[in-house]
Design a protein around this ligand. Structure first.
Ligand code: SF4
Length: 52
């Protein structure tokens, strides 16, 4: 897994996580929201997450 230093991530349960480093290995991710209007950080998430 090659770390993409442009996408920091601490979700090491994800199959795209770079593991030894706190980065994503994808070239691009989708950030999504769970509410029609996001008003705080908890309303957003990584839409590219996949469990290992
Ligand atoms: S896909 Fe999302 S959750 Fe998974 S490692 Fe990349 S940024 Fe983190």
């Amino acid at each position: 897994m090659k770390a993409n230093k442009n996408i920091g991530c601490t979700v090491n349960e994800c199959k795209y996580h770079a593991k030894k480093e706190s980065y994503c290995s994808l070239d691009h991710i989708n950030v999504v929201k769970h509410e029609s209007r996001a008003t705080n950080q908890e309303a957003t998430d990584c839409g590219s997450f996949e469990v290992e």
